[in-house]
Design a protein around this ligand. Structure first.
Ligand code: SF4
Length: 199
């Protein structure tokens, strides 16, 4: 943008800026707030918005995560702000204190970001890839189901119960995802099926 600014105009603008800051320092909070509101509008203009769901509880509030860094250009995206999604029917932009502190949760140095595995008899966990983790889970489920599925009861009626493996899913999700998860898990015959909302 090419701004044609005379020396006189520049001094007038600079004077207005100093006056606004000074007013704030003298307790004229409204001037300070107005200035902050003006700047705030530009804070997120260069970020990428990603919609998601708060992972904490079964209310499943909608959130928007703002990140810097262009992934398509090979850059690493870094979340720099998270807020409630004003268009989400569940929370209409609001978040409880836990949801409002989500950025700390994402940035926590103790947060697990990859699967970990402790071999039988080992004392230490080791990092493995998601493919390795899913292969292990699939293998263990198949072996256990083949060995323990109860196909009929004592009267010979088909029941197809698999009681030796349980499944813990997340309640912080949409109805559609919950429906699909329920159908997939129950179709295996699993009886012990729960989530953090206990519903
Ligand atoms: S913001 Fe609070 S109420 Fe909403 S899903 Fe997260 S923890 Fe639950």
């Amino acid at each position: 943008m090419n701004i044609d600014l005379s020396r006189r105009s520049f001094l007038r603008l600079a004077g207005a800026g100093v006056a606004a800051t000074s007013l704030g320092a003298m307790g004229f909070g409204e001037a300070e707030a107005a200035e902050a509101a003006h700047v705030r509008a530009f804070k997120l203009t260069t970020t990428t918005e990603t919609r998601n769901t708060c992972p904490y509880c079964s209310v499943a509030c909608g959130i928007i995560m703002y990140s810097e860094g262009d992934v398509k250009a090979g850059e690493t995206a870094e979340i720099m702000h998270i807020e409630g999604d004003a268009d989400h029917p569940t929370n209409r932009g609001t978040l409880c204190p836990k949801g409002a502190a989500l950025k700390d949760f994402v940035k926590a140095p103790t947060r697990l970001t990859r699967p970990r595995y402790r071999a039988a008899g080992a004392t230490e966990f080791q990092d493995i890839t998601w493919d390795q983790a899913l292969d292990k889970i699939a293998r263990a489920m198949k072996d256990d189901r083949d060995a323990n599925l109860v196909q009929t009861n004592e009267d010979g009626v088909a029941v197809n119960r698999w009681t030796t493996t349980g499944f813990l899913a997340a309640s912080a999700t949409t109805n559609e995802t919950a429906w699909l998860t329920y159908k997939a898990v129950r179709s295996t015959g699993i009886v012990g099926f729960d989530n953090q909302a206990r519903v």
